[in-house]
Design a protein around this ligand. Sequence first.
Ligand SMILES: [Zn+2]
Ligand SMILES: [Zn+2]
Length: 241
Amino acid sequence: FAALSVRDKCTVVQALIVNTKLSIIALRTMVARHENLSRRVNGKEKAAVVLRQDFVEHRCTDSCLVFVSEAHLAGLRPDVLLLDEVQQAEIFSRLQVKSNKRKSVLQTDSPRKRLRLSSTDTVNMSGSDTTFPVILTQDEKDQIVREFRASTSNTALKRYECSFCGKFELASECRLRLTTDLDISLLERAVVELRERSRQPQIQPFGSQSLVNGSYVLCHLCNSAVSKKSFHSIPLRSYAN
Ligand SMILES: [Zn+2]
Ligand SMILES: [Zn+2]
């Protein structure tokens, strides 16, 4: 699942509903991962338009779960939310019990019954869509495995050390620049001055061990101090600062 703020979850849901033509099957499986939504009304499966409208009105909570792939469709690049089994069971039971209670209360006509239902924790467990544990479809299981593999693969976890500040950053966030292609004279001048002022004759503008195939590695912060072929300012956390 994607580690997203409640606001981002809402953004993803609205983007999916507005911009993509989700099938009724996709909508139904999505319902199970969002709080206070139910795929049925009065024991009958809701139609696609109804589910869509439910999602349009839906406001995500901490319990709602969004797949990384769904976030990608909405243009977000979230971290992966790794839940252990206990946390997962907790979230699912929260999702299920709440939607169950609401449904049961809504479906009960007599006020006395309604009162009884809300005053006890016994939940009407009819309707296989709302019983716990939730049985995921094979597709959803495959997707979870795929997302887990993708986010724990060597490429996804690979980190480089920034040549100019020493920060370890995900390889995908780093920029590589050929040493012949980037003018670092600004940093060199700053380092010459620093060596004298701070009496540290060893200071270097970059860590030579961090070079990758003759290229400097730039973390996103150091890279933001580069325009075209040279540094326009000294990066905040760099050795030269
Ligand atoms: Zn939600
Ligand atoms: Zn850096």
